[in-house]
Write a protein that binds this ligand. Structure first.
Ligand SMILES: C[S@@+](CC[C@H](N)C(=O)[O-])C[C@H]1O[C@@H](n2cnc3c(N)ncnc32)[C@H](O)[C@@H]1O
Length: 387
């Protein structure tokens, strides 16, 4: 599978998140009482696909995952769940490949329903909503730039309840153009950044690219009425700088927890694949392969180092929040931490345990003979509030 992604490791990271998040979501939604799940892919491709069966495309990954979930729920519970897939592709040649590849999987009698459209995603919003019907949709927006999904037009889809969204925010590309004074460029960026005057609303304390990505999440949260919008930064394979961000919008606490877990696994794999790519490149450049497995190019900062740093920031942040607001139950506190830092719930638990060991907070879980806090435990400062 990963051989298909050599020299495009960032695509593998994107597909990893899509595959694993969609699988988790489908099981949760369909085993949690709902009967129908939809996957709406607005920019389906195929795009730079290498596999003859298109198994390295978002649409085939979604079909494989959803067929498997449907089959397993049938085996486990004897329930026939309905899956709906809606694929849009503008390019005629790519559309022909898409339509041919997905047609064999369209089985309405088996509850697996696929529709495709050729054209611009934004022109099929009413169709997508109509096709979706009562299903819980995951909307996947994966453009090549920043155009083609103006919030003004796709808002009804984002606002649909329930629903969730994954958007590939093309950071590198957008960051380059965000500096432009060219009026059409500024105006078109305004379609996803909250209007023509978006430049006035950037946080002046942040580097431009980071401020633009933050603004994008704020605008998406507002447009979709999401409770949380998180993002995962995917670095370029060979350079230590962001390529794109996978931005995720949800109205569910469980979504935040699940996304952070999937993100960690995706970034762990991406770190390894990037290291392999760098080693390959160095071997090519030096013109000789090392017998002991090739040269190792040290990465700038490992994922574990980043997580350790973030845990430190989160620890200070928790203390500040407790000082300012008093005690919290673990559940809302953990959610707030996960929305602020790229950390999983397990990290937040460890941070709380470490704070309790230092005597900063009370180990309210100890009387229950638990090693770590869970949902209902109160997190409160141990001593009097320090100035
Ligand atoms: C980055 S590729 C998608 C890759 C695919 N989601 C995957 O992960 O395998 C973007 C695709 O969107 C198509 N496209 C570009 N503009 C579009 C639009 N406005 N509406 C629908 N498709 C569009 C392009 O032809 C291209 O195939």
């Amino acid at each position: 599978m990963t051989g298909l992604y050599v020299d495009r490791e960032q695509t593998r990271a994107k597909h990893f998140i899509l595959e694993h998040y969609l699988q988790e979501l489908a099981f949760k939604v369909l085993q949690g009482g709902l009967n129908e799940l939809a996957y709406i892919d607005g920019f389906s491709g195929p795009w730079k696909s290498r596999a003859a069966d298109h198994s390295d495309t978002s649409f085939m990954i979604a079909i494989r995952v959803l067929k498997d979930v449907q089959k397993r729920i049938m085996e486990l519970r004897g329930q026939r769940k309905i899956i709906r897939c809606f694929f849009v592709e503008e390019d005629a040649a790519a559309y022909a490949k898409l339509a041919a590849a997905v047609a064999p999987h369209h089985h309405p009698e088996g509850g697996f329903i696929i529709e495709t459209r050729q054209g611009r995603f934004q022109d099929f919003v009413p169709d997508a909503l109509h096709f979706n019907g009562r299903a819980f949709p995951l909307i996947f927006i994966d453009p090549t730039g920043w155009t083609g999904y103006p919030f003004e037009v796709i808002r009804p889809l984002l606002k649909r309840r329930p629903s969730e969204v994954l958007i590939n925010f093309m950071f590198d590309h957008i960051n380059r153009f965000a500096a432009s004074d060219d009026p059409p460029t500024v105006a078109s960026l305004g379609e996803i950044l909250g209007g023509a005057n978006w430049r006035d609303t950037l946080d002046p304390n942040l580097p431009r690219g980071i401020a633009v990505e933050q603004l994008f999440r704020d605008v998406l949260r507002r447009e979709g009425g999401y409770d949380a919008v998180l993002s995962t930064c995917i670095d370029r394979s060979l350079q230590d700088r962001p390529h794109f961000f996978i931005v995720y919008g949800t109205r569910h606490a469980e979504g935040v927890r699940t996304f952070r877990n999937v993100e960690y696994k995706a970034l762990s794999e991406h770190e390894k694949l990037r290291q392999d790519a760098k080693n390959r490149k160095q071997t090519e450049r030096s013109g000789m392969a090392d017998l002991f497995g090739g040269p190792t190019v040290p990465d700038v900062k490992s994922l574990d180092t980043i997580i350790a740093e973030l845990r430190g920031f989160a620890s200070n942040w928790i203390v500040e929040v407790l000082r300012a607001n008093g005690s919290y139950q673990f559940e809302p506190l953990a959610l707030a931490v996960m929305q602020t830092f790229m950390l999983r719930e397990t990290d937040v638990k460890d941070v709380c345990v470490a704070l309790a060991q230092k005597g900063v907070i009370t180990d309210t879980w100890k009387p229950e003979r638990k090693r770590k806090p869970s949902k209902h435990h109160v997190i409160a400062l141990a001593g009097p509030i320090q100035p």
